[in-house]
Design a protein around this ligand. Sequence first.
Ligand code: ZN
Length: 394
Amino acid sequence: MSSLLVDNIGELVTNAAGEDPLGIRRDAAVLVEEGRVAWVGPSRYAPAADRRVDAGGAAVLPGFVDSHAHLVFAGDRAAEFAARMAGEPYTGGGIRTTVGATRAATDAELRATVRRLHGEALRQGTTTIEIKSGYGLTVADEARSLRIAAETSTETTFLGAHVVPAEYADRPDDYVGLVCGPMLAAAAPHAKWIDVFCERGAFDVDHARAILACGQAAGLGVRLHANQLGPGPGVQLGVELGAASVDHCTHLSDADVAALADTAQRDGSGTRTVATLLPGAEFSTRSPYPDARRLLDAGVTVALATDCNPGSSYTSSMPFCVALAVREMRMTPAEAVWAATAGGARALRRDDIGVLTPGARADLVVLDAPSYLHLAYRPGVPLIRQVIRNGVTP
Ligand SMILES: [Zn+2]
């Protein structure tokens, strides 16, 4: 049995439950055995191990959990970004551009993009990443997108209901039938979750409910894109269906916030719905940010994720999202780091990641900084010195 000791940690973020929300320990060490955290304690009492990583007094935190990313696609939309920065509004219509490029791509091209972006994310401290389909929108292209995604992550999400593809523009009911029928059947073996873009111009609440219910019946967990571009019924639908997460949450009513807070209060039943905020999307579309303070103050569980995709948020960087959350959404640095680690884990209904306590997966990030505070304090600076995933350095 090979063991690894990370010691001389100046500040260890464990996210263990306690008085301090981040479960911080000073002058700490973490012993890893068989890819799991075996022991956490004061560095001076650390047991011996086969290998040692000397953190040199730096901060160590759980690897980031990016619970919302669209990595299976071809092409990019840099020109659309430039047009938007020159004043054109974001409507979501550009998704169809990426659908065309994705359908035309080979498996090898799609696989290379997933691997490149996954590598980027890993170097920036992300040790778990959820990957959605949603740029194929045919039975074969959705199935292969998920097959390729599953080579990289166990957290795969079927998003056949991303937009209605052009060939079904006049008959959206038929497309919903395709998604719930042959497309779901082909996608489900490679997917853990089902997701719908519930928004004006994408899928209305009746279509979204039908699709998510079919996914649930096929054994998939529910998550959805909701209330991004305007107010709407998406968040309430997510709560109604027991979704693990409703994502974006930019335009919420008081009733939406109350419904989410209610799920957090009765979490014993395992039906908490997390609000996942994706500030990279507001940054990249120059849109108003979600009101994170309103959610946090109401007791809603908040996660942060990148929404990495070629149209509205082409970043794979969780440290960047942490910095945006603090500067633009008035989250405290501690709230943002918790949301990017333990919050993401909650959004994926996982308790083995996002924490550094005995039994958890040994996913650690060593910072080039003495404190987690530097993630927001030093935006844009590569502060990830070392990543340990499943107990090994990738
Ligand atoms: Zn998204």
